[in-house]
Design a protein around this ligand. Structure first.
Ligand SMILES: Nc1ncnc2c1ncn2[C@@H]1O[C@H](COP(=O)(O)OP(=O)(O)OP(=O)(O)O)[C@@H](O)[C@H]1O
Ligand SMILES: [Mg+2]
Length: 209
């Protein structure tokens, strides 16, 4: 069983949205996948999964709440992939989850205000991670400026971290689809679907190999 987690030091960077995108991608490839929601206050993934079921969107994505990884390991078996969504701050639980994950994704914006705390967290997590695990930054909810994207890539590279090839673009058009239980790859608009498909392939490759 592989564990892919989405963590961050800031709220609203796209953790839950990208976690759902990966879960849907894995389910479509017939992997047995569970969305593990560790955000007990917002329950974003559990709520989304219920809306998805209510709206009859296939495939069903099972989402469950957990408060520790030990608890998760006790309760689940027979899965190919667990996609973990965490709270909008990095606490002890985030550290524990990251330590046990095969890949840890850190979504971040391109500004220094976003990159600085994300890189600080990446450094902290890299000290205590499993040797075989990966820490990968994702440029998330980004605008169209190639220059800003390149600058952000350079800063991440200089800090010695990996960043996903494809980005998660900020587009208003995603919101209505996300709100009715879809993932970005299931968006109504074909251009949005295409953008989602590109980043989805990166996520899946890193999570399952
Ligand atoms: N590519 C996008 N374009 C436009 N809006 C987006 C995009 N991705 C996510 N959003 C919206 O941005 C908001 C925050 O996204 P999300 O909930 O995934 O972030 P989060 O990191 O999980 O936040 P939190 O830290 O509060 O859990 C949501 O309203 C979501 O619908
Ligand atoms: Mg969230």
């Amino acid at each position: 069983m592989k564990i892919a987690s989405f963590v961050g030091q800031k709220g609203g960077v796209g953790k839950s949205t990208l976690a759902r995108l990966l879960a849907v991608a894995a389910a479509r490839q017939e992997y047995k996948v569970l969305l593990a929601d560790f955000d007990l206050e917002q329950l974003s993934c559990v709520e989304w999964s219920a809306v998805r079921l209510r709206n009859g969107i296939a495939p069903d994505i099972e989402a469950r709440v957990f408060n520790s990884l030990k608890n998760l390991r006790k309760k689940v078996s027979n899965l190919d992939l667990v996609v973990v969504d965490t709270r909008g701050l990095a606490d002890e639980l985030t550290k524990e989850i990251s330590q046990e994950s095969d890949v840890v994704f850190l979504p971040t914006g391109t500004s220094m205000d976003d990159l600085r705390p994300t890189l600080a967290l990446a450094r902290k997590l890299s000290k205590s991670r499993k040797i075989s695990s990966k820490i990968v930054l994702i440029l998330s909810k980004v605008g169209r400026s190639e220059r800003l994207l390149q600058t952000a890539r350079d800063i991440i590279g200089e800090a010695g971290f990996e960043v996903l090839d494809n980005v998660w673009p900020e587009r208003d058009g995603f919101q209505a689809d996300l709100d009715i239980g879809k993932a970005g790859s299931e968006a109504h608009n074909p251009y949005l679907r295409e953008a989602a498909a590109m980043i989805e392939a990166d996520l899946l490759r890193l999570a399952i190999g």
